[in-house]
Ligand binder design. Sequence first.
Ligand code: SF4
Ligand code: SF4
Length: 136
Amino acid sequence: MTSKRFVLTFHPDATGQPITYNLIKKFDIMVNIIKADVSPGEIGHLVMEMTAPAKVLKEGMEYIRQQKVECEPIDKKITCRQDLCIHCGACSAVCFAGALTMKRDSAELLFEPEKCVVCELCLKACPLKLFSIDLG
Ligand code: SF4
Ligand code: SF4
């Protein structure tokens, strides 16, 4: 079994197929939706983790692309030098995925890498340049 995260981009003219339902029913892929922002007639994004044998994952990706939906694996990883952080909050303000938030009680930065979609916005936002990309 292989688990991998993907970013799906839905264009307004995508077929409207129930993609996640078909991935589960037709391909027997385990699907875990991490973040969804999809509305009819607009460009939408879905971040999800798929788990299945590698060959089946490939078939699932091909199926998604046949529905006019872009499907890109997330291979990169963001790392943060949190030991040097001054908790200014600039990175949390740009992190739409909710991977970077300020703790309510202490106003300290909380980084939850499992929510990261590697949009790279925090790299530019941090005044101390504490973020970097790990290409694995
Ligand atoms: S790369 Fe994007 S999603 Fe990941 S922590 Fe930075 S701003 Fe958030
Ligand atoms: S932008 Fe940099 S210094 Fe500011 S809270 Fe984020 S990691 Fe810390």
